[in-house]
Design a protein around this ligand. Structure first.
Ligand SMILES: [Mn+2]
Length: 298
């Protein structure tokens, strides 16, 4: 397969430095070679430009959507690159950067396919809006924006209105949800598989349930967005908002394996690795291991 690697050195959505180093950090540790050894043609498209934002650029008194303009700009460009990549018959592998980039990548997929779904593997919901977010950090808002909820600027990235039907969204691994997110989950009847459910039913059963729903809903294309904080901090400490009680690497791989076996996954994000917060490159090595695992199966 042809795989386009797209780096997004974005930290503006989490307001914590270090995560923007991840794309180059992974490259310097063999990212492209690993994918190539799995038999793919790889094109490294480099890093998207992220405009610098200074303190003076921030609107005084309003911290409900931090760094909004720059994040919208980066996401528009990312969406176009993902769209072009899919149109060219290649697989976009988007390397973050913080998870606000999921808004752009999934929007690019949505322009290519109507019948698409999103699997979001994450310790958090990323379902906040400017109104419900306790921090104003946009990396906590991309999934709600993709479904058409929240501020217009985010909802209208790369085209007016919602990009994915709520019934085609699957949130897996959540264990830290804000009040507004829980309200949204019940209101929209979202398919959410929190860690509690995974512990009670096993990760394979969860993957099986998602695959059944994918079939039922006639979803033919899947965007798979992996936030590295889905993993337990014991294995992946190098991330900005770690939460205890996450997946083991083995469970994560079993889930990935099961979802990839559908052959419906057309694009992927791997986000929120922060090399500056890591311990002995543990999380970096795990990211490379997961990328090896994924590209061995697509
Ligand atoms: Mn996330």
């Amino acid at each position: 397969m042809k795989i386009n690697v797209i780096g997004v050195p974005l930290h503006l959505g989490c307001d914590c430095m270090g995560v923007e180093r991840a794309p180059n950090y992974l490259r310097e540790r063999g990212l492209v070679g690993i994918i190539r050894r799995n038999g793919h043609r790889v094109f490294d498209l480099g890093n998207l430009y992220v405009p610098p934002v200074s303190e003076e650029d921030r609107p005084a008194g309003d911290d409900s959507l931090k760094n909004l303009d720059a994040i919208v700009e980066v996401n528009n460009n990312l969406a176009e690159l993902v769209y072009d990549t899919l149109r060219g018959g290649a697989f976009p592998l988007v390397i973050g950067g913080d998870h606000s980039l999921g808004l752009g990548s999934a929007s690019g997929v949505g322009k290519c396919y109507d019948d698409f779904g999103v699997i979001w593997l994450d310790a958090h919901g990323d379902l906040n809006t400017a109104e419900t977010s306790p921090s104003g950090n946009i990396h906590g808002m991309p999934l709600s924006a993709l479904m058409g909820m929240g501020s217009r600027e985010l909802v209208n990235v790369y085209g007016e209105g919602f990009k994915v039907h709520p019934e085609n969204v699957f949130l897996v691994g959540a264990r830290s949800l804000d009040e507004g997110e829980i309200t949204l989950i019940y209101r929209e009847n979202l398919s959410v598989y929190p860690m509690k459910t995974i512990r009670e039913n096993d990760i394979d059963a969860v993957a099986g349930d998602i695959k059944r729903k994918i079939k039922e809903r006639k979803i033919r294309n899947v965007h798979f967005s992996i936030d590295i904080d889905c993993l337990d901090p014991a294995y992946a400490p190098g991330t900005g908002t770690p939460v205890r009680g996450g997946l083991t690497p083995t469970e994560c791989k079993r889930f990935i394996d099961s979802i990839l076996s559908t052959n419906l996954v057309k694009s992927m994000d791997i986000v929120e690795l922060n090399p500056s917060l890591d311990i002995d490159d543990r999380t970096t090595r795990l990211c490379l291991e997961l990328i090896d695992y994924v590209t061995n199966r697509i």
